[in-house]
Design a protein around this ligand. Sequence first.
Ligand SMILES: *Cc1c(COP(=O)(O)O)cnc(C)c1O
Length: 394
Amino acid sequence: MQATTKLIHSIPVDELTGAIAVPIYQTSTFEQEAPGVNKGFDYSRSNNPTRKTLENLVAELEHGEFGLAFASGLAAIDAVVKLLESGDEIVAVDDIYGGAFRLFEKVYKKFGINVTYVDTTKVEEVFNAITPKTKLIWLETPTNPTLKISDITAIAKLAKQQNILLCVDNTFATPVLQNPLDLGADIVVHSATKYLGGHSDVIAGVVVTKTKELGEQIKFYQNACGNILGPFDSFLLIRGIETLHLRVKEHSRNALAVATFLESHPAVDKVFYPGLKSHPQHELAAAQQKAFGGVVSFTLKNDTEEAAAAFVTSTSLFKLAESLGGVKSLLCHPAQMTHKSIPADKRRANGVNDSLIRLSVGLEDANDLINDLKQTFETLENQNSKLKNQKTAA
Ligand SMILES: *Cc1c(COP(=O)(O)O)cnc(C)c1O
């Protein structure tokens, strides 16, 4: 059976009523026949039928043994870090999601967990950063917003040799394009807010583990700390995941068309998209992923914050907003938005130039999206030449 068919039918029909769609069990507690005797559910923080369906579904999606759903992507990341103890160390990708960086540096550091950030596109840099205290390697591939690709198989081998857990944040690739557990990772996390949800209407996170034991350890923290996903949001996520395969294919197709257009435009300096031959890890991406995803970043020849700000406020279909992975196309200016808290020189060293613009390519028609970008370049070009004329006239 094909993955799509299996996925759709792994969402069970409701046993009690035959309902085809998953019922929203909006209940905090469950009647017990005798103290401790119940139908598998006693209190919704510990277990809820709607959340359970979602958790089984994401485990299936990521080819893991155990799935867990959390109130946000960061709550999912937080639950994984709780496996560590004071004195343990993490080796993490340098181009890490800003919120994960803040969690590591502002929360876990004060509990004695230290993180070393390295360029994980170079396996030897990961190797060199490992110490006897390293308990976890943290990857994102592709990264945000420069779409760097790391070799999951090679790093998993390294981690296994040294008895270190490997966790991959698979938000950008999605399980449709990449399954890190099959490549040797122990844990996968997602900001389900992005492609899994897919409709810009829910904040959620998931964790999937390769083994049941590891899943049960993290489930202990899910219940003990309580940052679970509610039944209604679990329902929305299941509904999103039902069309994940279709959406991700189309996002990838549209993004490749947009990236190809941008690469040919004279006002554009660099395009970051793993599907382009010009991407430094294109071959690795082609081997590791089924397609290249829906996020495209680019820089302008006029590499200034002002030029990027003018661009992101002049498009009409691409809406200026944080986040990604939804039906509607979005764009953002990391230097002034998602990466504002990172010092400018550190940000630039990671390839996030002042003019870098990140696109979340949605599900509109690709030609309409390209025309929107084309018109924006033209409008800005006209404004610039008018300004120049005024200056020469004066
Ligand atoms: C958005 C995002 C997160 C955080 O997820 P939230 O759902 O916003 O808490 C983590 N990792 C990546 C790669 C993200 O894009």
